[in-house]
Design a protein around this ligand. Structure first.
Ligand code: DSN
Length: 448
């Protein structure tokens, strides 16, 4: 019906089939997630929330059956309500949360909604520095939230080990009394000491917030710690990274779930209701019900035991890939990885910037991204590093056995970056392997 767009979708499908995705924040969704996203729920407006009133059992079948009075501003909600309730119930089960708001359109929207729920303009937030692996929405001056709130940053103490400077974090917290202490990152290959941060947060009475976008799948898969187990109040995440759902955001919280139509007092106990009111009507309009349906599908998949194996394999693959890259001369920030991502300093390893490396590696069918390293002397468009990871490759079925080959291809692409014929030869090798590992939604069979 639209041959230009149909052609481009087919081309993108072929690009994905013929190569491997190494960008650590990307993944390949299941056919179920894809179908829910492309469903008629996209036709529906459903501002407001479903109600759980009278629903005492949180099992999926019961939720899917029960039609309850809604708290929506438009009619025709009997199916949207049940979809959203399922998404909420599954998300709570996955993360051991009291409440989930499944409506944020993205991770940035989720973070902004939490700030808007808890802060007054001018209030202070202590978050991880973007230059050390934090995220733009954790206080970068170019963001809207940085114009409203006062962000101050902690960072890592030692680039070699990647250890966070918790003493500095504590000193800053005691001095500035932030209303929120925020942990989370988009380019940090290690884990946080949640217990230590929680202890600091309690001393100053801060809301403890963890932006777990990158590692959400590792947490629910049981291979990384859950911040809620250490007293955190709020967890935000995207749903499309290690969690392997549709592109979107999610806010989980601990507290008492109340009626979002009634304005609650600003207390830690009321966080779930404050967040609901902050997402809608505070910062968003109509929820994307087709995406919420797809989130519910992905959460259902993540609740299955296979997902734990998947999460464990992501981490195993990343550790082997990091070792193999080091053997080939890649210098890695923090000397390795404890999660799904690797940050390599290609400037000091091979005398090239991250953009040159990204372009060369792209040409052989492997996608990764240029990335700043801590205290990077180079600018963001030509930084010193590349960032890569294993969530998507692991979904395709690659194991630690294939990681040495991936490392060799990365090095070869850099070595032969000016030799188009050799790059084309390497691309063929990558393609041959990629076609043996189909995408979960690939309509074509694996070409073994
Ligand atoms: N853009 C995401 C990433 O690649 O890490 C963070 O939001």
């Amino acid at each position: 019906m639209d041959k230009e767009i149909a052609g481009l979708i087919a081309d993108e499908q072929e690009r994905q089939r013929h190569g491997f995705e190494l960008i650590p924040s990307e993944n390949y969704v299941s056919q179920g997630v894809l179908e829910a996203m492309g469903s008629v729920f996209t036709n529906k407006y459903s501002e407001g929330y479903p109600s759980f009133e009278g629903l005492t059992e949180w099992d999926d079948e019961r939720i899917a059956d029960e039609i309850l009075p809604d708290r929506r501003y438009y009619g025709g909600q009997e199916n949207t309500d049940r979809v959203e309730r399922l998404a909420i119930a599954r998300a709570c089960r996955l993360f051991k949360a009291d409440h989930a708001n499944v409506q944020p359109h993205s991770g940035a929207q989720a973070n902004n909604a939490v700030y808007n729920a808890w802060l007054e303009p001018g209030d202070t937030v202590l978050g991880m520095s973007l230059a050390h692996g934090g995220h733009l929405t954790h206080g970068s001056p170019v963001t809207q939230s940085a114009r409203i709130y006062n962000f101050i940053n902690y960072g890592i103490k030692d680039v070699a080990t990647g250890e966070i400077d918790y003493d500095e974090l504590e000193k800053m917290a005691l001095e500035h009394k932030p209303k929120i202490i925020l942990v989370g990152y988009s380019a940090y290959p290690r884990e946080f000491d949640y217990a230590r941060v929680a202890e600091i947060g309690k001393k100053v009475g801060a809301l403890l917030m963890a932006d777990m976008a990158h590692v959400a799948g590792l947490i629910v898969g049981g291979v990384h710690k859950n911040p809620f187990d250490y007293g955190f109040h709020v967890v935000t995440t995207t749903t499309h990274k290690t969690l392997r759902g549709p592109r979107g955001g999610l806010i989980l919280s601990r507290g008492v779930v109340g009626n979002p139509l009634k304005k609650p007092e600003k207390t830690l106990e009321n966080i779930p209701t404050l967040i609901d009111r902050s997402v809608f009507p505070g910062t968003q309009g109509g929820p994307l019900m087709h995406i919420i349906a797809a989130k519910a599908v992905a959460f259902g998949e993540a609740l299955k035991p296979d997902f734990q194996k998947y999460a464990a394999q992501i981490v195993k693959n990343a550790a082997v890939l990091a070792d193999e890259m080091q053997k080939l001369g890649f210098k890695l920030v923090t000397g390795g990885t404890s999660n799904h991502l690797i940050l390599a300093d290609v400037q000091s390893s091979f005398g090239i910037d991250g953009k040159v490396a990204e372009n060369a590696i792209d040409k052989i069918g492997l996608s990764l991204n240029k990335n700043a390293i801590p205290n990077d002397p180079l600018p963001p468009f030509t930084p010193s590093g590349i960032r890569l990871g294993t969530p998507a490759m692991t979904t395709r079925g690659l194991t630690e056995k294939e990681m040495p080959q991936i490392a060799k291809w990365l090095k070869a692409a850099i070595d032969f970056r000016d030799d188009e014929a050799k790059l084309a030869e390497l691309k063929k090798e990558v393609e041959k392997m990629a076609l043996k590992y189909p995408l979960p939604s690939d309509p074509k069979k694996a070409e073994k």
